[in-house]
Design a binder for this molecule. Structure first.
Ligand code: AMP
Length: 369
């Protein structure tokens, strides 16, 4: 168990690392960030940082020597880096969560083997494999790279009549999976935390809307039946237990079916704090960032009840120029990441709006799950 004054090492210096560092500071913990980008937003708020590549093992050795526990803010940490650090200091979450979530085929297979529904999928390693997968799953379908896909990058939608050779080339002829297209009603996610001893707690299910493949808003309460919300939390618990998970993670889900037939199926697991959990900073008793710190420190998990109806809106690219208007808006909580250049598609900050609601906690079961 960590004690105040201990140092959390964070791999990755983006806004997620920055917000973990801020939460750690509030609890009397220090952070040490390792990131190859000299303009990392997390460097601004951390006691220590090293600007080095993830495969610079001399730098990793120094980093490990200066921390009490290591965590990460992105899922593409090279496995060799994770294993090197895990041999020196506790790595939370562990390397298994990385190995599985870095590869869409491994991830979908892992989820299916737990008896949890996913989109139908098939591995694709070449054009003949794509033709076979299309014959098995039918169209429309989504062809995705197995590795390094995010915010809709590394994906090609294939509709009936489309040229498969063109789709295969558009994806760059990399190892891929084909997923049957899911005609979902809505997209939701569960952000949850697990401690090493198995203690588990999930925030309320969040409804997510994407624009141009980037998260636009996250809203609680979500439009979801109580049964489907329970199913979502149970899936998160099953996944966390199977991974022996330590820390906060997110499960992205599709809501399918209507009324009594409504259910959720898993799209993706993120082994880290997640954009769809940012509403908790102002809309829940404990933020996901504090919850992550508590979980990896081996401390009691915080209360997850929400404080009202909350909505998080991302500020993408030029949206950030509205900062003055947002500051002037009553009840709007502005979070800026300290990035200098507001490039198109770049996450620059977010705003959380909370409307107080005395019924807010009514649909959180007593065990929080
Ligand atoms: P992903 O990178 O897998 O999270 O996918 C990004 C977005 O593409 C999701 O949030 C969905 O909106 C959409 N998408 C991904 N996979 C599918 C699918 N199998 N069926 C329908 N839409 C999908």
């Amino acid at each position: 168990m960590l004690t105040p004054g201990c140092v959390i090492g964070i791999l990755g210096g983006g806004q997620l690392g920055r917000m973990i560092a801020l939460a750690a500071a509030e609890l009397g913990l220090k952070t040490h960030i390792l990131c190859p980008d000299k303009d990392s937003p997390a460097f601004h708020v951390s006691a220590h940082h090293i600007c080095a590549a993830y495969d610079d093992f001399d730098a990793l050795e120094r980093f490990a020597a200066g921390v009490d526990v290591v965590t990460y803010e992105f899922e593409n940490v090279p496995l060799a880096t994770a294993e090197f650090l895990a041999a020196r200091k506790p790595l939370r979450p562990g390397a298994k969560a990385l190995a599985i979530t870095q590869d869409r085929l491994a991830e979908k297979s892992f989820v299916r083997d737990l008896g949890i529904e996913t989109a139908p999928f098939a591995p694709v390693d070449d054009l003949a494999g794509l033709e076979a997968a299309v014959a098995a799953l039918g169209l429309p379908a989504v062809l995705k790279t197995r590795r390094f896909g995010y915010d809709g990058k590394g994906q090609v939608m294939i509709r009936p009549g489309d040229d498969l050779t063109a789709a295969w080339h558009a994806l760059g002829r990399q190892s891929a999976i084909l997923e049957g297209f899911v005609a979902f009603e809505r997209e939701v996610s569960v952000v949850a935390a697990r401690r090493g001893d198995g203690a588990f707690s999930a925030f309320e299910v969040t409804q997510n809307v994407h624009r141009e493949h980037i998260l636009h808003t996250s809203t609680v309460p979500a439009e979801i039946t109580p049964a489907a919300a329970r199913q979502a939390r149970a899936m998160a618990l099953g996944i966390a237990d199977a991974l022996d998970y330590e820390g906060v993670f997110a499960v992205e889900l599709f809501v399918v079916g209507r009324g009594a037939a409504e259910r959720v199926i898993v799209n993706e697991i993120a082994p880290r704090v997640h954009n769809s959990g940012h509403w908790t900073q102002n809309g829940a008793v404990t933020s996901q960032f504090e919850q992550h710190v508590r979980a990896i420190a081996g401390w009691p998990l915080g209360e997850v009840a929400r404080l009202g109806r909350a909505q998080m809106t991302n500020l993408i690219g030029a949206d950030v120029h509205d900062w003055q208007a947002l500051l002037a808006e009553p009840g709007a909580h502005l979070h800026l990441y300290g990035k200098e250049e507001a490039r198109a598609g770049r996450k620059m900050g977010h705003v959380v709006r909370v409307r107080r609601d005395p019924q807010a906690c009514a649909n959180i079961p007593e065990d929080g799950c």
